[in-house]
Design a protein around this ligand. Sequence first.
Ligand code: CFM
Ligand code: HCA
Length: 529
Amino acid sequence: MDSRDKVLDKYSSKIYKNRKEHVIEIESGEPQVIAADTRAIPGIMTNRGCCYAGCKGVVIGPLKDVVNIVHGPIGCAYYTWGTRRNKAKGDENTKDFTQYSFSTDMQETDIVFGGEKKLRQAIKEAVEIFNPECIMISSTCPVGLIGDDIHAVAAESEKLYGIKVLAFSCEGYKGVSQSGGHHIANNGLMKYIIGTGDAEPQKYSVNLLGEYNIGGDGWEVERILKRIGYNVVSVMTGDGSYDHLKNAHTADLNLVQCHRSINYIAEMMKTKYGMDWIKVNFIGVDGIKKSLMDIALYFDDPELLARTEAVIAEELDEISEAMSYYKSKLDGKKAAVYVGGSRTHHYINLLKSLGVEVILAGYEFGHRDDYEGRDVIPTIKMDADSKNIESITVTKDEANYKTFHTPEKLEALKAAGVPLEKYDGLWSDISEGAIITDDFNHFETEEFLKLLKPDIFFSGIKDKFIIQKSGVPSRQLHSYDYSGPYAGFRGALNFAKDITMATYTPVWNMVQAPWKSEPTLVGSLGGME
Ligand code: CFM
Ligand code: HCA
């Protein structure tokens, strides 16, 4: 029996039937199909989050000059307060409210008699105290159940205070994971914010999409882009702002880092404004080099291309010696990588460059295209859950529509390997023999850990401690365990250093749980000691 069957064999037949579609071993040859973006099994300890987490926590939460009001009982606001490490800094032009947690703190009486009054009051207080240009309201499960009309309150407040007020019906139960929340957030930003600014277009301008500035990643990417000579119009949404987002339509090109959470905006901006988008990956030296060259090829300017090559050479020079040292320490090690969506794939080239092979991997909530590549999208069957998330249609904005290249030039760029409107799936980089589990759970984590014995396990806070207690070092790839940045050239070096330290710290194997050497309870039960 192989590892996959050894683990799945422990399930009842009903659970086995479901999970066998989500757990596969990578074989060469035929393209492999995996079940993804479907409901988790009730009772299973899934690592997934909810729709509200994806909308408020991931996409709109990082917009620093927005007062994000969570309409619901206090827990939803409290437990998402500062836990995702999307860093932000305000300045004289842009306020930063990201350190606050705003909530209507609904009580039982509000659930019985309705919470709209409280929401109006919260908006009034936010305006009086913080004077924001934009307020966003996110609804939580009970709000959807009792039917508070947050959209009507938003429209009325917008008139009353003369500021932008947006409402997101992102109740936690909607969709099967965070992913539905990403889509809802994308729809709102596209409908009501992008395109409402009147800034002048700048030369060599880009938007950075799906970059949330975790541990300062976005700042490192912006540093490199600016060094080359690009103008970053907006970042969606790490350290981003309502103020910049309004003018996103004026950029020349969209760069998409985390496609899972934001491909909807990239696609809609292509239809509405004619703006092209390319897939980038600023994690790992090979990924960064390829992305920077792709951007330069798109702009097709000899000076920019020369500058790109020079910056790559200089940045590499800064880190190469240290990277080789860490590679000598890490060569031959094996890793497990489990993050929410696109990130698992993004780290493979970085790990490979350090000689680390990924033997166990998966996503919490990735879709089939995140595994198999964008080409499978037309074959993905919609189910009742995916249909439950609104998919909006945008049309050409005649006043702001522009095309940077002719269709022939775009075809030539695609033929030259520039990933225009394209991303590959995890399959394109994962090694043969690796075990992939979609929507991984605690039981499978523990079982595969015992069987495959990776040298390091990258995941999140929910399983970090079971991994460490079993003697295996863990690094959180969501929060970087308070380290970072991990993106860009300097980030790659931080990462190499952190994982070298983790794998050369044998402490996890030395600690023994106290109850394994002496009883923690002493007494007698039924006459027995
Ligand atoms: Fe995109 Fe993300 Fe990810 Fe994601 Fe997330 Fe995150 Fe993530 Mo945590 S947006 S899909 S919903 S790269 S919060 S910054 S680390 S699970 S892999
Ligand atoms: C979320 C946010 C999260 C959680 C991280 C973790 C993040 O899913 O709502 O489980 O460790 O990156 O902060 O993905």
